[in-house]
Design a protein around this ligand. Structure first.
Ligand SMILES: Nc1nc2c(c(=O)[nH]1)N[C@H]1C(S)=C(S)[C@@H](COP(=O)(O)O)O[C@H]1N2
Ligand SMILES: [Mo]
Length: 335
């Protein structure tokens, strides 16, 4: 699984990555396997591993998705329009530091998330569409234009990562759904299964996890539906088998493990907006000049490194998306 042909993004990363990180990636790709990679990992990535260090072999198992029914489709051809100025985040770092409240309100959910059955899995498309339908995930993935993109990801908690997502443009799903002209928003819903997702027994949270975007956002070139990461099907902790990536918005907009897309005239109220409407809004565009009510958004901690770097407006994607908000001065665009 780890010995396979070099992808385009690996060559780029090698050119841009400090030697220590490159060496640990080499270890990761080599026969030494993931345990050795963890040993070689520079601080604070190593520190992040913390008490989980002893389970590094188990982490490796969760990152091996070679038995996924769509594994034969990978790697997807890379879209060179989306490259990065920063090295990619190590898979062992991004795969062991996740927000996925269905499996706990902390970052170490990678083991708990393995309980999620991702097959059979269906996606329902309903609301203001020509014809409502429910489709199996494998049929859906195989009908979509598949590609790989390198994206930045900026969590509202002021940490960030850079990852190679595999998936398809959200616009392709919108075209497939054939929405009516009256549709103004797409509302997205995560699975609900409290028997496997212990967090969903915490009744003070408004399950299921909901997110929403306008039709203009959904069909923007950047809006991406993710099926995989690091050139293979997505491990469960990343939100398998289908999650969103909206790189110009705070990470909470990128909802995981989606089961429903509803086209609607009403603006959806998201999970976090429902919990704390004065801290998390509908738009949630990244802006370093608009602080969260409890912390600054000016900088971000780069996952797996010692670095803190300035945060960019729209997370650096203004050329794609600034136009979407030109006529919305009265709105809370940045929370
Ligand atoms: N269903 C669901 N989707 C979710 C979350 C969640 O708790 N549940 N967390 C969000 C947040 S806050 C972030 S930062 C990203 C984290 O994605 P990652 O774990 O792949 O880094 O997922 C987002 N999508
Ligand atoms: Mo987040």
């Amino acid at each position: 699984m780890w010995i396979r042909k070099r992808r385009g993004w690996e060559i780029d990363e090698r050119a841009a990555t400090p030697e220590s990180v490159y060496l640990s990636r080499r270890a990761l790709l080599g026969a030494a396997g993931i345990g050795a990679a963890a040993v070689a990992m520079p601080r604070p990535a190593h520190a992040l591993f913390g008490s989980l260090f002893g389970s590094s072999e188990d982490l490796g198992k969760t990152l091996d998705t070679s038995s996924d029914p769509t594994a034969d489709l990978y790697p997807f051809p890379r879209n060179d329009a989306f490259t990065l100025e920063r090295p990619l985040t190590e898979e062992t770092v991004s795969g062991s530091y996740n927000n996925f409240y269905e499996f706990g309100s902390h970052k170490q959910i990678w083991q708990a998330a393995q309980a999620l059955p991702t097959r059979p899995w269906t996606v329902t498309i309903d609301g203001l569409v020509e014809e409502e339908k429910t489709v199996g995930i494998d049929e859906l993935i195989r009908a979509m234009p598949l590609e790989e993109r390198l994206y930045r990801h900026r969590c509202v908690e002021a940490w960030s990562m850079t990852v190679p997502w595999s998936g398809f443009p959200m616009k392709a799903l919108v075209d497939y759904a054939r929405p009516l002209g009256s549709a103004k928003y797409v509302r997205m819903e995560t699975f609900e299964n409290p028997e496997v997702a212990s967090g969903q027994n915490q009744s003070w949270y408004p399950w299921p996890y909901i997110e929403g975007v306008t039709m203009a956002e959904a069909t923007n070139e950047l809006a991406f539906l993710v099926t995989g990461i690091y050139g293979k099907p997505a491990p469960k902790q990343f939100g398998a088998p289908l999650r969103l990536a909206l790189p110009w918005k705070y990470g909470f907009k990128s909802a995981k493990s989606l089961v429903r897309f509803t086209f609607t005239e009403e603006r959806p109220v998201s999970f976090w907006e429902e919990i704390a409407p004065n801290e998390y809004g509908f738009w949630a565009n990244v802006n370093p000049e608009v602080p969260h009510r409890r912390w600054s958004q000016a900088e971000e901690r780069v996952l797996g490194t010692d670095e803190t770097i300035p945060t960019q407006l729209y997370n650096g994607y203004g050329e794609y998306v600034a136009g979407l908000y030109a006529d919305k001065e009265g709105e809370k665009l940045y929370m």
